[in-house]
Every structure is written in structure tokens, then in C-alpha cells.
Design a protein around this ligand. Sequence first.
Ligand code: NAG
Ligand code: NAG
Ligand code: NAG
Length: 501
Amino acid sequence: MKKTKTQIILLFLLLNLSHSLSISSHGSLSDNEVRHIQRRQLLEFAERGEKVTVDPSLSFENPRLRNAYIALQAWKQAILSDPFNFTANWIGSNVCNYTGVFCSPALDNRRIRTVAGIDLNHADIAGYLPEELGLLSDLALFHVNSNRFCGTVPHRFNRLKLLFELDLSNNRFAGKFPAVVLRLPSLKFLDLRFNEFEGTVPKELFSKDLDAIFINHNRFRFELPENFGDSPVSVIVLANNRFHGCIPSSMVEMKNLNEIIFMNNGLNSCLPADIGRLKNVTVFDVSFNELVGPLPESVGEMVSVEQLDVAHNKLSGKIPASICQLPKLENFTFSYNFFTGEAPVCLRLPEFDDRRNCLPGRPAQRSPGQCKAFLSQPPVNCGSFSCGRSVPSRPPVVTPSPPPPLHYNSPPPPQVYYNSPPPPPVHYSSLPPPPQVHYSSPPPPPQVHYSSPPPPPVHHSSPPPPAVIHHSPPPPSPEYEGPLPPVIGVSYASPPPPPFY
Ligand SMILES: *[C@@H]1O[C@H](CO)[C@@H](O)[C@H](O)[C@H]1NC(C)=O
Ligand SMILES: *[C@@H]1O[C@H](CO)[C@@H](O)[C@H](O)[C@H]1NC(C)=O
Ligand SMILES: *[C@@H]1O[C@H](CO)[C@@H](O)[C@H](O)[C@H]1NC(C)=O
């Protein structure tokens, strides 16, 4: 009864909220609006009597589980719809038995249990995240991908000092970049993709010791800062935002980089001439931007690259043979540019797309008029873009590496069919070291699919990629040794993986 009333109040507040949002829907959320939303969230609690009252007849194993109870009850009250009844059993003091809640011995006291993981992926829950979630101070994983959570990320998340993986993807979070994530000292995996975040991205994000950054499919509008290259990430996906300006030349200094996706932004510089220093990159996608200049010869030194997509830019010049001879290259897409030549070896690649260029003798090229108009423009001076750091920090001499071997002894990379959306970052699910998992609680439901949202609308018509593709070596083992929920490190028999961007 009481709950129904709460829900009505909430619904009313949210309707109000969406009304006030629609007023400014053509602009960004201002600071005031964000504060307003946050106050609403708090206010709602104030109206209910500030916080969850704990029934004195309940007994708890330890005070941390009591705090967890308060946090989870507050959260339950902030839930407007839970169509699959995930939170139906969130009743009583045994929070470790709640669906989606995983307990583990506390890091600082192995004799007591504490809540170490929340996994409500794919629950389709509507609601918001209350500030009380900051009471889950031992939390290592917080996964709520593919729900309908809205509002902002609570400030009190700054108390989650052990939080290692934060997956808020595929929800309805809005407002500025949730700066609170920059204050989480243990965070390694940040997944904000498929939300409504907007504005700029703090440059501190790229100085933070993260292993994976997914901020694709938001409304970020931003110029990539020069400290971009400091990021130790192995995977970074910025696709489908409104980034513009340079691809920072510091990018070639990213020391763990494995996959990078810039797709569909407004980047309008040249590619860094020494991009060949990215020797471990397997997926490189700068498609659907406004890049100019040549495809640097040194791309032919990116010896690990499997998927290379530079389509839909304004690149010109000739495609060097060395690129098409890259030993692991499976798919090379360079359509919709203004290239005027390609080495014959390119035509022997397993998959390539050279349409809509200015390539003599090739089918489906641009019209002579288009080519002539473009090529009559003055040549691009890549040096004029000043995409570098103010003080160059790279070593002065880069010795060219030997030509890539044409045969290799290692087993061939798994087959990837790359007209379809690129594979999801599945390798990431093996990041936290499995051996340290000591779990007494039941495993999460089988459909749990760590760190990847479900298929959002896709503009490709081809079939989904094969189930699990490990096209990259496992990422370096992180230092983290804390509690982890089960299933991590296991390949899932999960539904078809989502598109990558
Ligand atoms: C959830 O619980 C409600 C009420 O008990 C029930 O009507 C509904 O069928 C349940 N939904 C699912 C998906 O189990
Ligand atoms: C919690 O789950 C465990 C294991 O499934 C069970 O033995 C125990 O009775 C449950 N506790 C409560 C209070 O439901
Ligand atoms: C590539 O990876 C290897 C092995 O992890 C590492 O030793 C090397 O420094 C990396 N090189 C670059 C350029 O990232």
C-alpha cells in the first residue's frame, strides 16, 4: 500500500522532471538543471522521512550488511518498474540472498561477509540510483547494464573505494560526465556507453589508471586533449559522440593499447605519421570522421592489426602495399575517401572495401568530377594541424621496424567477418583474475553478460558476429585482489554479442 503511494509520488516527480527537461531539450543540461535533478532525487527521500528505517527486529551478521540493507532498501524504493521481479526478494536482513547481490569476505577482515558485487544486468528496471548506494563501501563490481535507470550518478559513489568495474551502459543516465568516477581509486573498467551523457569529458579521464573506457553512444562534444596518449587503457571506444579536432599525436604513446574506436565523430586532422608505433593494436577504426591527408606509410608497421577501418573520411594519396601485407590483417575498409591508388596486393586481402574512391580501373568509384574537384584543392599540410603536445615527449629517433613477415608460425587469428559490426570487447570479461574468486553465494543468472549491453539498433544488415571472438591476447593481469562475484573469467553461452559501437 505504502509503496504504491511512493511510486505514485515518484512517478509524479519524474513526469515533472521530464517536463522540465523537455523545455531545454535542444540545449545541454545546465549545471542548475543537474543540481535540480539531484535535489529532486534527495528531496524524494526527504519526503519519505530522509532514510530507510531499519526494523529493530531484524538482526544482521555485521554492521556492513546492515548498511547494505539500508542502501538496497533505498534503492528498491527508487525503483519504479521491475518487470522481471529481480528485486522481489529484496526483503529482510539476509541481503546476501537478494537477487543480483553478491557477498564475499571483506578484504580487510576475512571473517565477515560484505556485499562485493551488484549485478542487475539486463533487468529492464526503471528507476534511479539513490545516494545511499554509497553505503556499499566494499563494492568491487557494479553492473546495471541494460536497464532504464535515469538521473545522474550519485556523488556518494566516491565512497566506493574498492570499485573495480562500473558498468552503467545502456541506460538513461544524463547530464555531465559523471566526474565522481575519477575519484574511484580502484576503478579499472568504465562503461558508460549508450546513455545520454553530454558536454565535455574531463581530461583527467585519460590520466587515470583505467584498462577500459567505453563512452561511445553518448552526446559528448569535446576535443581530445593532448594527455590522451597517457592513458594506459587496452580498450577505448569513443564512437558515436561529437568529438572534433585532432587525433592527438600523443596517441602513439599509448603503451597498452589493443583496440581503439573513434568511429563517427567529427575528427578532422591527419593521422599521426608515426602511428606505426602502435604495435599491439588489433582493432583500429577511425571511420566516419573528417580526417584528411594520406594514410601514413607507417600504418604498415602496425603488425598486430586485424581490423582496419578508415572509411568515410577525406583521406587521399595511395594505399601503401605494406599495409595490405600486414600479417594479421583480416579486413581493411577504406571506402568513401579520395584515394588515387592501391597496391595490387590489396586486392588479395580476405576482405576489403575500396568503393567510392578515385581508384583507376576499380568498380564503384566516385565520379571523375568529384575526384577532380577534390584533387584540385591545395594539398593538405599535416604539419599545420598542431595536434601535438606543447613539449614533445617522444624519443627523437624511431628506427623503422623490419617488414612484417608474410608467414607466421603462431596459429592464425580466429575468423572474423567484418562487414558486420566488429566484435564486442569480450576478451575483457576475463580481466579480473579468476583464481582469486572465493564465492559462497549462488552464481548469477546464466544470461548475465558482463560489460556488454544488448544489441541496440544497428545500421548494418549483416548477421551478428560469431559468439565469442578472442582476437586479442588477454589483457595484463591487474593488481586487484579483492572480492569478485562469480562467473568472471568464463566465456558465456550468452545471447549474440552486441555491436561494438
Ligand atoms: C512478477 O511478479 C508479479 C506479481 O507477483 C507477477 O504477476 C508477474 O508475473 C511476475 N513477473 C515475472 C516475469 O515473473
Ligand atoms: C540464503 O540462501 C542460503 C543458500 O541458498 C540458504 O541456505 C539460506 O536459508 C538463505 N537464507 C535466508 C534467510 O533466506
Ligand atoms: C606490446 O605488448 C608487449 C607484450 O605485452 C609489450 O612488451 C610491448 O611493450 C608492447 N608494445 C607496444 C608498442 O605497445
